[in-house]
Ligand binder design. Structure first.
Ligand code: ADP
Ligand code: MG
Length: 639
């Protein structure tokens, strides 16, 4: 029988399959099963209008069998089948769907491992059998025809087609596995349990039953007794036909059919989480782009969530077949914590990664999902504060990073999701809630930044604001400063950092009082500035203080928090990012009176007091004192 040659581009693809160094060769099974499923789809569809098909819906199945002696894995279906001509045109060339895109990749000379990964991710259909098999035989009979046909190939040297007999319509794809090598154990695919696992992993939601003969061992009594008079037992193996896949995915069922508990159980099993998700988002979209999605907001961050290792993305299915495990293009970066599945019938299995990225439908889906996730989070915030607090503890940081990422591209999406600890009491509040609480007289949104909310609340700079009856938000993350800078106010209210900005609380009279006091004590202030040169840029009388003697404030863009942030970065040039620090004094405090007195009588003492007060201002602001020994010595010198 004459061997026919594959078309050029098929041969190249085949070459790649045969020599594939791709590690996920296991996807061959998914590809062959999905073809079987497509073939059944076709015949089932035909049966709706053609009585001669003689099969009911429940008669269709895909069977996976193993012959260990012959070293073959066979996938059989009772679908529509192929005749000789169809074998020729379908199996002899790459002319199908996404394979074309892959072919283009090949022509651009993509030959390294990264490109081969694409095969693994998306498959190239039928030819993937050659990743594990050195000989592939396809026996098929087309529905409505008498004769069967047999296609056989050992790979690159071509294929043969001959007549054969097959009892009914359908197809068997018989794969003779390659010999094991040092690197690759192809024999693993002769193991029924391994195959079962692969079906579960990739083809669980194929809508036709995938059946396998699975051997079970049972202990049975032999009927004889042993020396103690106990019944003798032996292990007997029984082979049971099992349907391995669960067929109908949860997300394909109607909302009323699937309870919340079902969804949660599904989440825990699928995404290996021991905790219930905080929320389940279900989408069933029909129209120009149809898809179903089931998304979950986890209750805690995976251990590697904030590391580079974490790979975000949603599982992408096309009609029940998994195309991609983590499709990052479906999720905006700011919601990378969301897990879940998206199923759209309009995608081809063989689509390449590049095509996927530019896929218009996928973009539409991603945009819709972004909206859904946002509104679900907002719903939690408004109606289920306890869950939202849990969410915030796990992923609040991600939301903040989301605001600052890409120059604030997503800030409008995210800003009403931000919540902060605050002076009103327990629990965090949103910017909306803060603005809601603002009395008529208040025009600024006040915030204090420190390591913890407790430390922020203790800042001397907060006193006046609190006395005025206004609330204060506590900012405790490095990223907060950047977030507020990008937001540049909320609902037309500007933010006011109590350690930096004018609090806007003083009357003109109070202001002129302070100014007068400053003038009168100019010599003292200059002396202090000189004494503390290098540590602070200026020493001033304060508009902010009530009962505390001093506080540390800053001028300009770099706040203490920004400085701290840069100091914490490994290898960063922290010296370059320094806040311009100002020591502010409370003119009405006894400490100031003591300073004045010392300045007139004993300059050394005045210098010591200045240094002590600066150290105190630093400590309370959470800035380390450079020389603690020096500081304690100064304090002891007072006695
Ligand atoms: P795709 O599935 O994207 O069309 P494949 O390379 O997986 O590409 O399959 C090529 C073609 O071979 C299919 O389109 C189909 O026409 C045919 N084919 C493969 N397997 C079967 C089968 N089990 N039954 C009928 N036709 C099949
Ligand atoms: Mg296919």
């Amino acid at each position: 029988m004459a061997k026919k040659q594959f078309k050029a581009e098929s041969r190249r693809l085949l070459d790649m399959m045969i020599n594939s160094i791709y590690t996920h060769k296991e996807i061959f099974l998914r590809e062959i099963i999905s073809n079987a499923s497509d073939a059944i789809d076709k015949l089932c569809y035909q049966s709706l209008t053609d009585e001669s098909v003689g099969l009911a819906r429940e008669d269709f199945r895909i069977r996976v069998t193993v012959d260990r002696d012959a070293r073959t894995v066979t996938v059989s279906d009772n679908g529509v089948g192929m005749n000789r001509e169809e074998m020729e045109s379908n199996l002899g060339v790459i002319a199908h769907s996404g394979s074309l895109g892959f072919k283009n990749d090949l022509e651009e000379g993509a030959q390294d491992k990264a490109d081969i990964d694409i095969i693994g991710q998306f498959g190239v259909g039928f030819y993937s059998a050659f990743m594990v098999a050195d000989q592939v035989t396809v026996v098929s009979r087309k529905f409505g025809e008498e004769n069967g046909a047999k296609w056989e190939s050992t790979g690159a040297d071509g294929y043969t087609i001959s007549d054969c007999v097959r009892e009914n319509a359908g197809t068997d794809v018989i794969m003779h596995l390659k010999e094991d090598t040092e690197d690759e154990r192809y024999s693993e695919y002769l193991d029924v349990w391994r195959l079962k696992e692969l079906v579960k992993k990739y083809s669980d939601y194929v809508r036709w039953p995938i059946v396998m003969d699975v051997e079970h061992y049972e202990q049975q009594e032999t009927g004889e007794k042993d020396e103690n008079g106990e019944p003798k037992t032996e292990f007997v193996s029984t082979t049971v036909e099992e349907t391995v896949n669960s067929m109908v995915p949860l997300w394909q069922r109607g909302k009323s059919e699937v309870s919340d508990d079902d969804c949660k159980a599904f989440y825990k099993e699928k995404f290996h989480d021991s905790e219930d998700p905080l929320a389940v988002i279900r989408v069933n979209a029909e129209g120009t782009v149809s898809y179903r999605a089931m998304l979950f907001i986890p209750a805690k961050a995976p251990y590697d969530f904030y590391s580079r290792e974490f790979r975000p993305g949603l599982q992408l299915y096309s009609s029940g077949v998994m195309i991609m495990d983590k499709c990052a293009d479906l999720l905006p970066e700011c919601f990378r914590f969301v897990r879940g599945v998206v199923d759209t019938p309009d995608l081809s299995l063989n689509i390449s990664r590049e095509m996927l990225q530019h896929d218009r439908q996928l973009k539409v889906i991603a945009t819709n999902l972004e909206k859904k996730i946002k509104s679900e989070l907002k719903r939690l915030l408004d109606n289920d504060r306890a869950s939202y607090e849990t969410f915030w503890k796990a992923f609040g940081m991600q939301i903040k990073y989301g605001v600052v990422a890409d120059y604030g591209m997503k800030k409008d999406l995210l800003k009403d999701l931000l919540v902060y600890e605050n002076s009103f009491g327990e629990g965090r509040i949103s910017l909306d809630e803060y603005v809601e609480k603002m009395p008529e007289s208040q025009s600024l949104i006040y915030y204090a930044a420190a390591e913890t909310a407790k430390l922020a609340a203790a800042l001397p700079q907060t006193e006046q604001v609190r006395d005025a009856g206004y609330g204060i938000l506590y900012m405790t993350d490095d990223v907060d400063d950047f977030v507020l800078k990008l937001l540049d106010g909320y609902k037309e209210k500007k933010f006011c950092n109590v350690s930096v900005d004018d609090l806007g609380l003083e009357t003109d009279l109070e202001k002129s009082d302070t100014d007068r006091l400053s003038e009168e004590n100019q010599a003292l202030l200059d002396f202090m500035k000189e004494t503390l040169a290098g540590e602070v840029a200026d020493v001033r009388l304060s508009h902010r203080l009530k009962t505390h003697p001093v506080c540390l404030t800053t001028e300009g863009e770099v706040t203490l928090e920004v400085e701290k942030y840069f100091r914490s970065l490994p290898g960063a040039n922290a010296e370059k990012v320094q806040a311009t620090k100002i020591l502010e004094l409370n003119g009405g405090h006894a400490a100031f009176a003591a300073l004045q007195k010392a300045f007139d009588a004993d300059r050394d003492r005045a210098a010591a007091l200045s240094k002590i007060l600066l150290a105190q201002a630093k400590l309370i602001a959470g800035v380390p004192v450079d020389d603690p020994a020096d500081y304690t010595e100064l304090v002891c010198g007072l006695f």
